[in-house]
Structure formats: C-alpha cells, structure tokens
Write a protein that binds this ligand. Structure first.
Ligand SMILES: Cc1ncc(COP(=O)(O)O)c(C=O)c1O
Length: 294
C-alpha cells in the first residue's frame, strides 16, 4: 500500500490555495468526519478539460445548500480552482474530487459557529473505475439488502457523504459474495441504482431507467438520456419492479466514475453482453462524446 491516498506527491487546492498533497490534512475532531457534515463531487477530465465542470459545481453548491452549508467561495472561484489544479498536476485525463465539510470550530450537532472548508484533489489512477476486462465482459450484480431511503429520511438530491455509508455497505456485501457491485432497491422496493452509478435497461428499441425521486439524477445519466434519444431510442423513465428486470435484454450502469459499464447479470438473471450489443456500442459512443466535447 505505497500509493495510499494520503501519501502522494503533488498538490491539493484547499481553502483558497495550493498545499502539498501530504499536508492537506484536517484535525480528526471535526463535524465532517463525526456527523457526515460534508458534500462532495466526482468529475472527470478528458483531454485536459473537465466534462460538465459547471454542472458539477452547480450540484456541489446545491448539495451544500440542502445541508445548510454556505460555501465560502463563488462558483467561478471553484471552477477556476479545478482548472488551475488540473494544470498544476499536469493531468489531461483524471478524476476530480471537490469536497466541502464542516470543520473543528464546534462539535455536537449545532452548526451556528461551524467553519466551512473546501478542498479539491485530482488523481489519475481511476482510468477505469471497474477493471477494463470487467467493463468489456459486463458486471455481475447482486441485489443489496440495503435500500435507498425516502427523500423524507435522507437528502437524496444532495451528493452528501452521509447516505454513502449505505452504498459502502452494499458494495461490501456484493464484493464479499464475489460480485462486482450491488443493485439497490428503494424504500418502496422499486429498482433504484447501483452503489455509485445509475442504471438503465434495454429491450429492443426501448431503454428504461428508474425515476430519480430518491437517488441522484446523475449528470452522466442525463447526458446518456440525451444521447440515446438522439439515436432514436424510446427512452422511458419509469418505476421498475425487481420482477420486471428479467424482461430486458441488456442492462448498464452510468456514472462519472463508471462512465457506461454493461451489466452481465443481476442475481440469477443474465443479460446479453459483448461487442454486438447496444450497451457496448453506447459505451463507445459515450467515450467519443466525452472526448469530443472540447
Ligand atoms: C450513488 C450514485 N448514484 C449515481 C451516480 C452518478 O452520478 P454522476 O453521473 O453525476 O456521476 C453516482 C456518482 O457520482 C453515485 O455515487
């Protein structure tokens, strides 16, 4: 473990300036760590340009607003900081992680005196979130016992750190059983998403995806919806029951980290994968799209 995330060379943008990677620390007594008082983003740069950078910054500010956090920088400052960091780290293709958290000024759940911190880090070793051979063959998913909570129970429109613990538990459940990822149902038992990505199903010219009313309406999801509509598919957002997913031919995940990744199976249901499938073509179309949006 010599390339752990706290032991790297380079720079992190933190609270308005660049600090050496290893010095970008925060005291362990802070509200972000103890009470998940934090929001973050996940973005990707292709050919030196962050894909949908403004949209990600807008979501970061929206997430913060939902948690009552007032980010002490403007959106423009964050956008500039991301671009400057990319240049300083000399990356063309990398993952971008802005994070905002309540610090150490006070403990307990009151936030009236909370100090707000913002940091941005970039790394280039998530070239593929899933292994490239798994992406080509398709992922094996298992249904998680953990559900996405109702929007009255968790801030589902925010990319907030708190609810991610459900995703971590689901991912661990799946990996321990030999699967790549988990399918998460929601509190009503509708199909929701993967642990860190949205889900789509294909049947001939129909592409269906769950309605994002209790989970993140991913930026990739929105891009992919536009892309498949442009290609003439009939895209339908609908509530999907677990016993309906056997009726589809193909399935795939979408997300900044996952991009488009075909699914080979969910529990004992198998989907078609491989070079002659629609999802394989969409995976390549998406790569072309992000690389051409300069
Ligand atoms: C739980 C969850 N759902 C969906 C997504 C997809 O969102 P996006 O396409 O904006 O990355 C992500 C990734 O960030 C995620 O973590």
């Amino acid at each position: 473990m010599n390339n752990t995330f706290d032991n790297r060379e380079g720079w992190i943008w933190m609270n308005g300036s660049f600090v050496p990677w290893k010095n970008a620390t925060s005291h362990i007594i802070n509200q972000g760590l103890h009470y998940a008082s934090a929001v973050f983003e996940g973005e990707r740069a292709y050919n030196g340009k962050i894909f949908k950078s403004k949209e990600h910054t807008d979501r970061l500010f929206k997430s913060a607003e939902i948690l009552g956090i007032n980010i002490p920088f403007s959106k423009e400052e964050i956008n500039k900081a991301k671009d400057a960091l990319l240049k300083k780290m000399n990356y063309l293709n990398c993952y971008v992680r802005p994070i905002v958290w309540r610090g150490s000024a006070q403990m307990g759940l009151a936030t009236n005196n909370a100090d707000i911190h913002v940091a941005i880090a970039v790394w280039d070793d998530w070239a593929s979130y899933f292994k490239i051979e798994d992406r080509l063959e398709g992922l094996k998913l298992i249904t998680s016992p953990w559900k996405r909570p109702s929007p009255e129970t968790a801030p589902s429109n925010a990319k907030a750190s708190g609810p991610y613990v459900i995703c971590t538990m689901s991912k661990e459940y799946a990996e321990k059983k030999g699967y790549h990822d988990a399918l998460m149902l929601d509190y009503r038992n509708y199909v929701a998403e993967g642990t860190g990505a949205n889900i789509f199903f294909i049947k001939k010219n129909e592409i269906h995806t769950p309605i994002p009313d209790c989970f993140l309406n991913g930026i990739t999801r929105q891009v992919v919806i536009g892309m498949v509509q442009n290609q003439g598919f009939n895209l339908v957002e609908k509530y999907i029951l677990p016993n309906e997913i056997k009726n589809y031919d193909e399935a795939f995940l979408t997300g900044t980290a996952a991009e488009i990744t075909p699914i080979k199976s969910i529990d004992d249901i198998n989907y078609v994968t491989g070079k002659n499938t629609i999802s394989y073509k969409l995976m390549n179309d998406f790569t072309d799209l992000v690389n051409s949006s300069l």
